[in-house]
Ligand binder design. Structure first.
Ligand code: ZN
Length: 152
């Protein structure tokens, strides 16, 4: 189901999201709504607080705009390590429409998370995917791109 995406400065975008205790059908319903809402809004990532759910869940698909979809679900994500090397990407945010901003992020990260079946996963990411994961993890802590200094 397509849900309304909250817009900055909605205070619900600033809440600290709670960990998911059990990956059940309610969480899978949330994941399904996140994908519906993200694709409808033509985005590449969407976090639960952006549809008013204060839980540590986000979805991402960095590929679908260029070709085949590559949907990924992150529940209780944790960034385990981040490279000292930074990269700068122009990031958009569905909660701050039409105001892309250049943000510096770690060039490489390793992440641990649960997938939609509750299985623990671990992976390394770089490039746009790394930036997207950092952006969505920020949302789970109530942080927005506006909180970063604009990068040159
Ligand atoms: Zn965002």
């Amino acid at each position: 189901m397509i849900r309304r995406i909250l817009l900055h400065p909605d205070p619900r975008l600033r809440l600290l999201c709670q960990p998911v205790l059990a990956v059940d059908d309610a969480v899978r319903g949330l994941v399904s709504d996140l994908f519906d809402s993200m694709y409808d809004a033509s985005g590449r990532g969407l976090a639960a607080p952006q549809i008013g759910v204060v839980q540590r869940v986000f979805v991402m698909d960095t590929a679908w705009k260029q070709g085949a979809p590559d949907p990924a679900v992150f529940i209780n994500p944790e960034i385990l390590s981040a490279s000292a090397e930074q990269q700068v990407n122009e990031e958009g945010c569905l909660s701050i429409p039409d105001m892309p901003m250049r943000v510096a992020r770690p060039a490489e990260i390793t992440v641990m998370w649960l997938d939609e079946t509750g299985v623990q996963r671990r992976g390394a990411f770089d490039g746009f995917a790394a930036a997207c994961i950092c952006h969505e993890c920020d949302h789970l802590d109530g942080r927005l791109i506006l909180d970063h200094e604009a990068a040159a």
